[in-house]
Write a protein that binds this ligand. Structure first.
Ligand code: SAM
Length: 231
């Protein structure tokens, strides 16, 4: 059985899609996508030998070697141009997901949907979407095993469509998530506030320099931004 997190990711893959799952580890997501008739074909990409072997084993055991190609390599390098129309990247930091997209830009030709699940720092992806003509279409937030996860769905379109005059806050907290303001969302940012206030106190106690002052100001601005959203 798939985790709730990966289930929410895979259910945003368009029906019949040719899918690439990058950083697939055990290839649970592509196996589920094929077995549940979500994707018609899938590629599982992995850069590390151990997880790559796990993916091969899982695909073989599931009897899906005809439908899932397991490939070893970094990011989108495992893809040929035009091979897939949807890509999932889950369980990594937002900065790493952004780097994978940026480094593999030319492989995105023909891709119509990106389903991304950053563990932290999702704003990197929202910024990359804006800079590269991808429109954030949907955002989801969920809690599983005491951890909170965000899922971002992008399609080609007007990258500024989801944003208002409060763009700075929306890039950090998510325009759809901010608007919905679910209990999990409020919990996530309350927790972040506690962390930032702790950092601010530490900086207050530290030997004062231009650097600590600048850092404190930065933290304080983030605190104000979050308070402005969750009150
Ligand atoms: N996607 C699965 C999930 O969400 O449960 C696995 C997440 S696991 C924490 C991250 C995986 O990404 C690891 O197996 C790691 O080897 C792989 N990975 C990290 N950087 C990568 C890259 N540049 N290209 C392909 N895979 C990568």
């Amino acid at each position: 059985k798939l985790s709730k997190r990966l289930e929410m990711v895979v259910h945003n893959v368009p029906t019949g899609a040719k899918l690439a799952d990058i950083g697939s580890d055990h290839a649970y997501l592509p196996c589920y996508a094929i077995l549940n008739n979500i994707a018609s074909y899938a590629i599982a990409g992995e850069v590390v030998e151990g997880p790559f072997q796990s993916a091969c084993t899982q695909v073989r055991r599931s009897g899906l070697t005809e439908k899932i190609s397991v490939r070893k390599g970094s990011g989108l390098q495992v893809l040929e141009k035009g091979e897939v129309d949807a890509i999932t990247i889950a369980g990594m930091g937002g900065a790493l997901i952004r780097d994978i997209l940026e480094d593999g830009k030319e492989k995105l030709e023909g891709v119509t949907r990106l389903i991304l699940q950053p563990n932290i720092a999702a704003y990197n992806i929202r910024e990359w979407f804006i800079e590269n003509g991808w429109e954030l279409k949907q955002e989801l937030i969920l809690k599983e095993d005491k951890k909170i996860y965000e899922i971002l769905v992008g399609e080609r379109g007007n990258p500024l469509a989801p944003y208002s005059t409060n763009k700075e806050s929306e890039i950090h907290l998510g325009p759809f998530l901010m608007n919905e303001k679910s209990d999990v969302f409020v919990e996530k940012w309350q927790h972040e506030l506690v962390n930032l206030e702790h950092i601010s106190k530490q900086l207050e106690k530290a030997v004062q320099s231009e650097e600590t002052a600048a850092r404190r100001e930065e933290v304080q601005m983030k605190v104000e931004m979050i308070k402005g959203v969750i009150g």
